[in-house]
Design a protein around this ligand. Sequence first.
Ligand code: IMP
Length: 201
Amino acid sequence: MKRLLVATHNFHKVKEIELFLSDIPIQIISLVDLDINLKVEETAESFKSNALKKAKEYQRLSGEITLAEDSGLEVFSLGGQPGVISARYGGEELNDSERVNFLLKEMENIDGWNRAARFVSVVVLINNNGELMNVSQGYLNGFISHQKIGSNGFGYDPIFWLPEKSTTTAKLSLIEKNKISHRGKALKAIKPTLKSLYRIV
Ligand code: IMP
């Protein structure tokens, strides 16, 4: 079966991407499957540059058709923070739950509309000759809640409030989240390129 490397060490991202692409007859493999432990430094100043960096480096190491993704949370009243450092916001040593607590504390004096935020995802696809095939992005708008709600998902999901659903993304199933999420939108845009790369009609 044809293979696609989903170049992330984040188990939750692999699961979301695998489910989203499950209608395409390709085998999804991860960095763990290939025993690639190298962590590409995400030091660039944009999601796109970081995603390109990861895609190029992991494609070079693996020789596989490679899909990489960089994502994060932007809180408008914090000038777009945590942004590209979302995974490290508040300190590398924090776990997801502690990182969420850190953001809640940073925002304790911020109310109402000023709690507006968005998730951003940039997806990059590189073929097995190392050539860039496509770049796409997706957004999900919402608000930062005042407390954690729900236990699905990862990262900031427990505090990402969706007014139209009256709950957070941590209350959604994988299928529901993929339908509306930043990652789902970026993946949807890249699907035609993926299909043509594998000559799937
Ligand atoms: P990276 O793309 O591996 O640099 O990490 C992105 C970080 O952004 C994650 O570690 C999360 O903290 C956050 N993030 C990105 N997408 C989501 C999501 O769908 N839900 C919750 N947090 C997310």
